[in-house]
Design a protein around this ligand. Sequence first.
Ligand code: UGA
Length: 427
Amino acid sequence: MGTGYVGLVSGTCFAEVGHTVICVDSDAKKVELLQAGGIPIYEPGLEELVHKNVAAKRLSFTASRKEGIENSDIIFIAVSTPPRPDGSVDLSFVEAVAREIAGAMTSYKIIVDKSTVPVRTGQKVSETIERYCKAKVEFDVVSNPEFLREGFAVADLMKPDRIVIGTRSQRPVQAMRDLYAPFNAPIIFTDINSAELIKHAANSFLALKISYINAISQICEATGANVEEVANGIGMDDRIGRRFLNASLGFGGSCFPKDLSAFIKISEQLGIDFRLLKEVQAINAAQMERFVAKITDTLWILKDKRICVLGLAFKQNTDDVRMSPALTLCQRLVQGGASLRVYDPKAMEKAKAVLPPSDQVAYVADMDSAPEGCDAVVIATEWPEFKKLDLERMRKSLTHPIMFDGRNLFDPAEMERLGFIYKSIGR
Ligand code: UGA
């Protein structure tokens, strides 16, 4: 139930390992698109896998929840859980699906929550199904959080580090084991509350790692040290690990910012002030401020400056721009009076829908032409293709060879040798 990043990619991967999967979405237009072979999101490797499994008749799409529910043994809830203005989670989609399942169930079902939800949601889902189930059939609610990263979703799903399954009874355990057996990954079984907590605790910890290295990057800038060398040095300690220690202009996306706020709110409701996570948020916000200040300190006045921004997505390999630091930056530069020439390999269309229409933003179709006539260039997303930019051409086509690298993609010494004024993060 739900064909967003989690629903569509997990459904497809379950089909790929041999299960029969019906993906249900209440958005009839999206279902029509999927039935016609279209893919609503850009995710490397997904399109091929969808087509292959549809052709093999293991994967189908429908807008009929009833059809999906009646014909399934295991039902995954993978609907969105958007943030409310106060940071708490809007669970109305989860609740609505739980009622639909209850209404359409005529035999034993395993109902698995894959959406990211606050601890104790499983309990609420159980109570809701119990209350609305007309047929009074038995069921089990299971929590099975998803750990995929956008841009690497298929790979993360096919080769997971671990699978977390929270259950209240033994009855669904074997079916869940069988479902995941083809993935050859370690499975841990927990109670439902722990499984739900694992998801929020994992995402908050990863966000904390990024804010930690971003805080270190500030110390590096004040002392002339190099944050990458520090990250490599601490990351080689197995207990720390190098991943998620890339200093940046801040993290974004539809998960970390939302999950941090939700986890802080959940803690607050439990009477716990999770100040550590508030600091993670504060460091992230400060990182953007520092980056904007770096640009204004160098260019002085933004008004009438033309700036090239490379990267609009919230990270590489995706067209997703939700809570994208790149777009926040674009908005800040435009507010300051600059006009922009922007480029992203996949996210231009989605960015157009989010950035207010403005004659101050020109969308350029080719990355090497984007910097033409600009006063400076900014790298805002860590797309690997930006490493292949023609830097010689860029230097000549900029009115001033200034680069602000919010993702540390280039080597400072090399950029200096090429004649750039080059400012990155913590180096
Ligand atoms: C994140 C988690 O990594 C997944 O495990 C989780 O399943 C997912 O949220 C979710 O809850 O659905 P995602 O938001 O897709 O995945 O992307 P990440 O790769 O985690 O990147 C998040 C943000 O952090 C991006 O803006 C990225 O550029 C930034 N980042 C990441 C850094 O600034 N530095 C790093 O070292 C790593």
